[in-house]
Design a protein around this ligand. Sequence first.
Ligand code: SAH
Length: 352
Amino acid sequence: MNRATILEWLRENDTARLQALWQQADALRREEVGNAVHLRGLIEFSNCCVRQCTYCGLRAGNTELPRYRLSAEQILECAHQTVALGYGTVVLQSGEDPELDPTWMYRVIDRIKQETNLAITLSLGERSVAELESWRQAGADRYLLRFETSNPTLFRRIHPPAKGKDCDRLLLLSTLRELGYEVGSGVMIGVPGQSYDDLASDLLLFAQIDLDMIGVGPYIAHPQTPLGREPARFPFPTEDQVPNTEEMTYKVIALTRLLCPQANIPSTTALATINPVNGREKGLQRGANVVMPNVTPNEERLAYEIYPNKACVRDAAAKCKSCLQKRITGLGRTIGKGPGSSPNFQIRTFST
Ligand code: SAH
């Protein structure tokens, strides 16, 4: 699929034609990754962050947010709960926490690997190559790092560089690949200043860098962030601005499936937040094959506020499991068993 076709789809408003896009993506999903929906237990273990991303509620400048950091014991407890719930993967996510000691992290990963048979996904932001290498040695299997936007000017505007180090997320993604991680990335949809052309470039880049996992979700304004408070500070010609809507999210999920047939694609919490009734299901019917239910203790979960009113934020982990199970089987799909690596990763790993 070329840029012109992608742009046509992104601007398509005809319901019947969009229906055909949803069907095409759903059929390809079934063919390439099957009917199983893989569940990943998400542990948001620290909301401490040094960065100043203008979209994210965890940004250091948000002084109204109570900060927390789970202990190793608490993380292990969540990991065991993940096993008990029958999920095959645990995702350890945090802000860019300066106090996160690499050796402590190594031990946490090592203990999860010793005590469970879970696959481990890390999502800890921009870390040094030495850290990433050591955590891989400890047994971490996957790493999630969204490049957020392929437009470098927009990226710098929404994601100011850390003091004294300019990080290239694309370079980091290729390093992660070299270290043997299964690599995930993605973007926000409709962030102020994102044009249709930018979004088309994002989609083409997913395929070009051959990602194993691709997470996309609508941008949701957070009132305690510069972008949420004053979107007008990021002016852009309105006819070129991508809307942060549900429909645009489905278009991006469907096109991602068509461009990256063998990748794992989650139906994200941000999508479920803008349509709590059946956003997640619709994502799963338009190309997605993964869901990441939250297993963070409820008290801390409330404070992991990257955007407000996050879906399922007050539900206990066990309730999320039964609710998701109903929703997934209701679609005629099954719950995935085992680690659920993407066929893309499996083929690459076994053929080298
Ligand atoms: N510190 C890690 C994890 C960040 S949270 C990192 O930087 O990679 C995971 C994702 O949530 C981010 O990559 C971003 O795409 C998304 N996110 C953050 N704020 C958001 C918002 N206001 N609306 C929608 N998505 C958001």
